[in-house]
Each structure stands twice: as structure tokens, then as C-alpha cells.
Design a protein around this ligand. Structure first.
Ligand code: NDP
Length: 492
């Protein structure tokens, strides 16, 4: 019976099928070139070698992209040095701010195009690139534009000066947003930049070069060289780079730290994490379940601060797990360009294999696995949302960063036990606490060894708020006034 046929007063008939109709975002808003070179000194430098970048959701080739050589990196650093020396570093802060404001406005104006490209090349759901990545990337430029002419006030009596040429290496999980986190504070502080995006997700950084041209940013202030890890290594080793800012794996971060040791180069590292999301029995349970889902399934769990270890107070373990499993069954996994999709594609085959092997280790070590029934597309790289219960602290799934949609659930009885277990990790990037007691939130936040502690929320980002880690999660802060410090020297 349709709603129209229903006699007045009769109970509404439940629809037989609640599945969503496809709601694909149009790809037509983006033009992808067949081949890209490197963006050096405001010009496109022809790439001698190229590789193919693909869409992880369909494995469809998207474009040929330059594999940066030492010579390309050298040309980019030379262009950045000359832009630094010939005007940019001496420009009044209020003038630099104008460029940053322009970039922010253009990002807003072209956000649909950039969001579609981000989802196409990286696999993340369009509703996340549209509602999170793009607005936050623009917000970073707006925010740091505001600081550019106020550095003397931000660091009173310390005579802030730009560091020089910044080499910036970013990962694939938030390509454009990480670019904004890196470039906005560097330019606000008067530095010039050479940036290397991840080889799997170069396309939004390359489209960003067009944004820079539109903003009429002076040539050489921002240079982008694409390629694999070897391109990043050439940037790290280059003698005329004054600062390295890196976001990525702890392993590469350690290598970079040893490489720049003694060179006088400044360094900030934002590395991995294994965040504890701690749920107390007095929390708003349904809200906590939403926070847990957002904490680990947002961006397919490919998030350095993902809430990948869930600590549940024993007294609410059963109702919470039941609610969580029910909620998981409603997540829609599939086409990243579909506006209804909650969980998109895994970024690369390599990453998918890493996730699968860690999940297998969890099963082998004796944890209990749950995956809701969901049909994964045949082509592309996919992994179903996964929850592990019956997890011991020593299991690899409780120790190692999986960087995928995989949650390990552990329990605790007292706040002291929660703190001890949460801190039992080499990482220290983020944590979450769910409780209605303000005093308990403060008590926990004081004891958790994490750069960010969220209370009754998770994965909340704001350009005004510094972000960064302890221990093997790295050092230095991005965002906020603190985010400027890595790009300034002080003549005190
Ligand atoms: P990497 O650390 O290898 O990549 C991060 C960036 O560094 C990329 O641009 C990469 O280039 C570049 N790079 C790689 N090797 C070097 C090098 N020797 N010198 C300079 N730059 C280099 O991370 P992966 O992409 O390999 O991911 C592996 C794991 O790292 C993930 O499973 C996850 O656990 C973690 N990770 C953490 C991130 C975070 O935000 N903290 C982000 C990404 C990954 P290219 O991509 O072209 O190889």
C-alpha cells in the first residue's frame, strides 16, 4: 500500500526497502590533464620520468604524474630560495596576508571541483572531502592570513624572522588539508616552500598550483614536486633547505630525524598514533557510539589520530557493543563519489594489504572479529568496517597502527586502570574521553599522554587549535599560534 492509498488514521506502512538510491556527484566539474610536470618558479617544468596515478575505488588510471629527480628538487629549492631572497621574506605581513586570503577565497570558490578530485584520487567519501577537507583547508588559510601581520604581537619581544626555505612532505590520507596545514603557516611567517605530496594522491596539490596562479602568488614562493619517497628523500637531504616539516609514518620520520641531525635544519614531525577512546559508564551512550564510529570509520580509519583502541568500562560493555554492532550495519560502504557513502575505498593496494595482514594477526592471536554484512565492490581497494573484541593488550591489533577501518575493543574498571592502559603505547597523538563528569574529564586529560584529548567528541579539528604528538607520534605543533613557531627563528 502506498502512502497515498492509506486510509486516514491507519498506521503508516513500513517501506519494504530502506536502501538508498545512488546519488553520485558529477565528475564533470573537474578537468584532469593527461600528464603533469612539476610546479617550479610559477611554471610547469616538464618531468623526465612519470608514473600513473589511479583512482583507488576503480583502479582506473587518472593521469601521468612526474617522478621528481634530484635535479627537479634542486630546481624547486633554487626557485624557492630566489623567491625568498628577492622579495617574499621582506614583504610586509599585511601584503603576505592578502595572498593567503585570496587563496582561501579561491579554495572556497573551487571547493566542489577540489572535493571531487580529492575523492577520485584518494578514495574518501565525497561528503567528507566536501564537508571536512575543503572547508578546513580554506579555514587554515583564512586563519594564518590573520596572523601574517601580527607576528610581533604573537611573539612579543622575540623579533620573529622567517626560517627560509621549507621542505614539506605530506601523506595521502588528507592530501589537500595537509597541504594547507603546511603551506599556510609557512607563508604567513614569510618562508617559501617546496612541497612533495604522496605519490598516490598528487592531483589536488597539482590543481592547487592553478589556485596559486589565480591568486597571483609571486613565482617560486610555493613549488610542488611530485614523486615517490625518493623525491622526498632528495628534499630532506638538500643542503639549501632550512626546515623540514613531515607528516607520515613513524618509520620514515625516524629516518628523517637521523638524516637532518647535525645539519642545522629545523624539523617538525607529525607521525602515527594508536589513540585510546575511553568510554565511562556515566556517558550518553548513543552519543558515545556515534563518537566511536566517527573516531575509527571516518576516512576509512586512515587517520593518524583515529580512535583505534576503544576502552569500555566493564559495566556497560554489553549494551555498548550491541549498539555499536547495530550502528555498524547501517554504514554504507562504496563509491566515494556517492553522496550517501560513509566509508569509501582504501587508498592503495599496499595499504589494503597492510590492513588485511594486521587483521589476520588479530584473528590468529585469538581476538573475536565482527564485520557487518556488506557487499564490497569488485574493483578497487575495499575493507569492511571491522570490530575486534576479546583483545589482549599485547596483541598486534592493540599495539600497532593499522590505519584502516578496524577497531580493537578492550575494557577497564577504574579511571586509573583506563589511564594506565591508554598510555601503554609508544604513540601519544590523541585520545578521547566520554563521561558526563567535567571533573573526570580534567582528571583524565591531565594524565593521558596525548597531544590532543577530546571530551565527548572525537576527530574535531580547528585551525586555531594546536595539533601534534608526544613520544613516537612526533614533535612540534601544527595549527594555532603554536603552528607558526616551527617556521620562525627568534633573534632574542
Ligand atoms: P610514508 O611515511 O611512507 O609516507 C609519507 C610521505 O613521506 C609520503 O609523501 C611519502 O612519499 C614520503 N616518503 C616516503 N619515504 C620517504 C623518505 N625516505 N624520505 C622522505 N619522504 C619519504 O607513509 P606510507 O604512505 O608508506 O604509509 C605507511 C604507514 O604510515 C601507514 O600505514 C600508516 O600507518 C602511517 N601513516 C601515517 C600518517 C599520519 O598522518 N601520521 C599518514 C600516512 C601514513 P610516497 O607516498 O610517495 O611514498
Amino acid at each position: 500500500m502506498s502512502e497515498l492509498d492509506r486510509p486516514p488514521g491507519a498506521t503508516p506502512a513500513a517501506p519494504r526497502d530502506w536502501t538508498y538510491a545512488p546519488a553520485p556527484e558529477s565528475r564533470d566539474v573537474v578537468r584532469i590533464a593527461e600528464r603533469y610536470g612539476h610546479f617550479v618558479g610559477g611554471q610547469w617544468l616538464e618531468a623526465a620520468e612519470t608514473y600513473e596515478t589511479i583512482s583507488p575505488s576503480s583502479e582506473e588510471p587518472l593521469a601521468l604524474v612526474g617522478q621528481g629527480t634530484e635535479q627537479d628538487v634542486d630546481a624547486a629549492v633554487g626557485a624557492a630560495r630566489s623567491a625568498f631572497a628577492n622579495g617574499w621574506s621582506a614583504l610586509p605581513g599585511s601584503e603576505r596576508a592578502k595572498y593567503l586570503f585570496r587563496i582561501a577565497r579561491i579554495l572556497q570558490e573551487r571547493s566542489r571541483e577540489l572535493a571531487v578530485l580529492e575523492s577520485l584520487n584518494g578514495g574518501k567519501p565525497i561528503k567528507e572531502s566536501r564537508d571536512v577537507d575543503l572547508p578546513l583547508a580554506a579555514a587554515h588559510f583564512f586563519y594564518y592570513a590573520g596572523w601574517a601581520d601580527k607576528l610581533e604581537y604573537a611573539f612579543a619581544n622575540r623579533r620573529p624572522r622567517p626560517v627560509g626555505v621549507a621542505g614539506q612532505i605530506i601523506p595521502w590520507n588528507f592530501p589537500l588539508l595537509m597541504l594547507a596545514w603546511k603551506i599556510a603557516p609557512a607563508l604567513a611567517a614569510g618562508n617559501t616552500v617546496v612541497l612533495k605530496p604522496s605519490h598516490t594522491t598528487p592531483l589536488t596539490a597539482l590543481l592547487f598550483c592553478d589556485v596559486l596562479r589565480q591568486a597571483e602568488l609571486p613565482p617560486g614562493v610555493v613549488n610542488i614536486v611530485t614523486g615517490y619517497g625518493s623525491t622526498g628523500a632528495a628534499l630532506v637531504k638538500h643542503k639549501d633547505v632550512d626546515k623540514i616539516a613531515f607528516t607520515g609514518s613513524t618509520e620514515v620520520g625516524k629516518w628523517i630525524q637521523s638524516e637532518v641531525a647535525g645539519s642545522g635544519k629545523r624539523l617538525t614531525l607529525e607521525l602515527g598514533g594508536k589513540a585510546a577512546n575511553i568510554v565511562f559508564d556515566d556517558c550518553a551512550l548513543d552519543q558515545a557510539v556515534e563518537g566511536i564510529v566517527n573516531g575509527i570509520y571516518f576516512n576509512q580509519g586512515e587517520v593518524c589520530c583515529a580512535g583505534s583502541r576503544l576502552f569500555v568500562q566493564e559495566s556497560i560493555y554489553e549494551p555498548l557493543i550491541a549498539k555499536l554492532k547495530r550502528r555498524l550495519a547501517t554504514l554504507r560502504v562504496g563509491d566515494p563519489l556517492d553522496k550517501n557513502t560513509d566509508v569509501g575505498a582504501i587508498n592503495s593496494r599496499e595499504q589494503l594489504e597492510k590492513i588485511a595482514s594486521l587483521v589476520q594477526s588479530g584473528v590468529d592471536e585469538g581476538a573475536e572479529i565482527y564485520q557487518p554484512p556488506c557487499r564490497l565492490p569488485e574493483k578497487g581497494f575495499w575493507f569492511a568496517p571491522t570490530v575486534f573484541t576479546n583483545v589482549a593488550q599485547s596483541y598486534r591489533i592493540a599495539q600497532e597502527e593499522i590505519f584502516g577501518p578496524v577497531l580493537s575493543v578492550l575494557t577497564f574498571r577504574t579511571p586509573e586502570e583506563a589511564v594506565e592502559k591508554a598510555n601503554n603505547t609508544p604513540y601519544g597523538l590523541s585520545a578521547g574521553v566520554w563521561t558526563e563528569k567535567g571533573s573526570r574529564i580534567l582528571w583524565m586529560a591531565q594524565r593521558l599522554r596525548a597531544g590532543v584529548v577530546w571530551a565527548n567528541t572525537f576527530n574535531r579539528f580547528d585551525p586555531t587549535s594546536p595539533f601534534g604528538g608526544y613520544k613516537e607520534s612526533g614533535f612540534g605543533r601544527e595549527g594555532g599560534r603554536h603552528g607558526l613557531e616551527g617556521y620562525l627563528r627568534f633573534d632574542e
